[in-house]
Design a protein around this ligand. Structure first.
Ligand code: F6P
Length: 551
């Protein structure tokens, strides 16, 4: 890639300094860095907004941190933060403000978009959601035949699914157990078929969640849900039942009405909320139904606490800024291609999947804001699984593979389900993994255990593998909000340094357009005009789909 046009490299002196600094320190080990600085853990950890972050096991020195801070400053981070919080249209390719922070702004704060203070609108929707949630949770909201709702099915995809399902799983401990929740996202008919298989239409409520209300998968599933409700064996056989069993969450009133949902039963949001930043908007209605309005507001307070921290803390003490700069250090200087997020909390089992959309749809970009190609790598591949399961699957590669994989470990001091010694065992594994990754086990140590010479190399752990450890007291709605906002702002800082638009997603369009073109081709016999591979695949599908099933 050409180096010429990159503002990050050409307009920041920090980038060149970091490149030279990297050459100077790339071989220093964490063992050595810890041995020569007994205060390292204390100096390289921060506490704020209910989170404690130990970032001492990173391959950095004071100079690294100073240079990374300089990079942030030279990239204009401060003014970009101010621009986001003040409602400027920083999503330039869609000419939109980026204001998920307004979704958790307390009453009384003012955030102006196009001359309008959006905070009162946000609270009006929250109030409407709360009234609805109270009615459903208390049994006051009745199905068409007069029965209370027992199961809520959220139909959505991407940001209209991953946030809701992650938050439901994360906060299940706080949920009203008499209500069951299911999530349908995939256009694969199996998803809706299995989700509705054992449900009773009389007691089922569908939330159709779609910012645009045009997404093919969601609309296809929503239509099938309606058919199931009205026409299945025990279906309600009356169009009017839709009003009791469907609500919509969308920015598109026209399409909601076209679908047949009474817009009275629609919960709105705004074009300045990106899909992957929407779990705390009306898209979070399933979360509110599960945990109730009060706890939902606690979650918003957690988001807001991190927003405030991000907006006001000096960069040296700013959790999202520091974590983002560290991720850039590995991504662009060490050449790390992926980043693992490893929650040691079963309730956070969907957190890595949620983060994948947040990080990769935001920062998987190949051009800068100027339209020029980027000249350094942008978004890393984020992935992960809850611990300790991952340890028995992919950790081998993190410990002894040839790739550098920076890890974020997330743990809690208290379990929501304290049973015997489970939690101590769980958390011991967080600390052990971070320690093993950082310091490894030398050949001398392995030999001293009496290992045969030929086996020694196999049992050596090089160490020097970086990680952050994020600790909080307990997984509460508030802490979940704080954690999500932490990563939202990490993504923001990365985007600012890389000078990309973190808030559009043009890269998902082409596949959608081609699929829409191919659907009728699968169903018809028209002459195909694709490449030879696509033509042959379509022809094979046409032929085999009509062959009878064996047996
Ligand atoms: O995958 C593209 C995308 O636009 C995501 O950004 C979004 O979260 C998802 O589709 C769903 O969109 P909608 O909420 O409009 O149905």
């Amino acid at each position: 890639m050409s180096q010429a046009m990159n503002p990050t490299r050409s307009t920041t002196t920090a980038w060149a300094s970091l490149t030279a600094h990297f050459e100077a320190i790339k071989d220093r080990t964490l063992r050595e860095l810890f041995d020569t600085d007994p205060e390292r853990a204390a100096r390289y950890s921060l506490e704020g907004t209910g989170l404690f972050v130990d970032f001492s096991k990173n391959r950095i020195t004071d100079e690294t941190l100073q240079l990374l801070q300089r990079l942030a400053k030279e990239s204009g981070l401060r003014s970009k933060i101010d621009a986001m919080f003040s409602g400027e249209k920083i999503n330039i390719t869609e000419n939109r403000a980026v204001l998920h922070v307004a979704l958790r702004a307390p009453k009384g704060e003012a955030i102006i978009v196009d001359g309008v203070d959006v905070v009162p609108e946000v609270h009006a929707v929250l109030d409407k959601m709360s009234g609805f949630a109270d009615r459903v949770r208390s049994g006051d909201w009745k199905g068409f035949t007069g029965k209370p709702i027992k199961t809520v099915v959220n139909v959505g995809i991407g940001g209209s699914d991953l946030g809701p399902v992650m938050a439901y799983e994360a906060l299940r401990h706080y949920s009203q157990r008499s209500l069951a929740f299911r999530f349908v996202s995939n256009v694969d008919g199996t998803d809706i078929a299995e989700a509705t298989y054992d449900l009773d239409p009389e007691t089922t409520l569908f939330l159709v969640a779609s910012k645009t209300f045009t997404t093919l998968e969601t609309m296809t599933n929503a239509h099938s849900a309606r058919t199931w409700l009205l026409e299945s064996a025990n279906g309600l056989k009356n169009e009017k039942a839709v009003a009791n069993h469907f609500v919509a969450i969308s920015t598109n009133e026209k399409e909601v009405a076209k679908f047949g949902i009474d817009t009275e039963n629609m919960f709105g949001f705004w074009d300045w909320v990106g899909g992957r930043y929407s779990m705390d908007s009306a898209i979070g209605l399933s979360t509110m139904l599960a945990i109730g309005p009060e706890k939902f507001r606690q979650m918003l307070a957690g988001f807001h606490a991190m927003d405030d921290h991000f907006r006001t803390a000096p960069f040296e003490e700013n959790l999202p800024v520091i974590m983002a700069l560290l991720s850039i250090w590995y991504n662009d200087f060490f050449g790390a291609q992926t980043a693992a997020v490893l929650p040691y909390e079963q309730y956070l089992k969907r957190f890595p999947a949620y983060l994948q959309q947040l990080t990769m749809e935001s920062n998987g970009k190949h051009v800068q804001l100027s339209g020029d190609p980027v000249t350094q790598n942008t978004g890393a591949i984020y992935w992960g699984e809850p611990g300790t399961n991952g340890q028995h699957s992919f950790y081998q590669l993190i410990h002894q593979g040839t790739r550098l994989i920076p890890c974020d470990f997330i743990g809690f001091s208290r379990s929501l389900n304290p049973i015997d010694t489970h939690h101590d065992i769980l958390i011991a594994n967080v600390f052990a993994q971070a320690e093993a990754l950082a310091f490894g086990k030398t050949a001398e140590q392995v030999k001293a255990e009496g290992t045969a010479d030929w086996l020694v190399p196999h049992r050596v752990f090089e160490g020097n593998r970086p990680s952050n450890v994020i600790l909080a007291k307990e997984l509460t709605p508030e802490i979940l909000g704080t954690l999500v906002a932490l990563y939202e702002h990490i993504v923001f800082v990365q985007g600012v340094v890389w000078q990309i638009d973190s808030f559009d997603q043009w890269g998902v369009e082409l596949g959608k357009v081609l699929a829409n073109r191919i659907v009728p081709e699968l169903q018809g016999q028209d002459e195909l005009k694709h490449d030879s591979s696509t033509n042959a695949l379509i022809e094979r599908y046409r032929k085999t789909r009509s062959e009878s099933r064996p047996g």
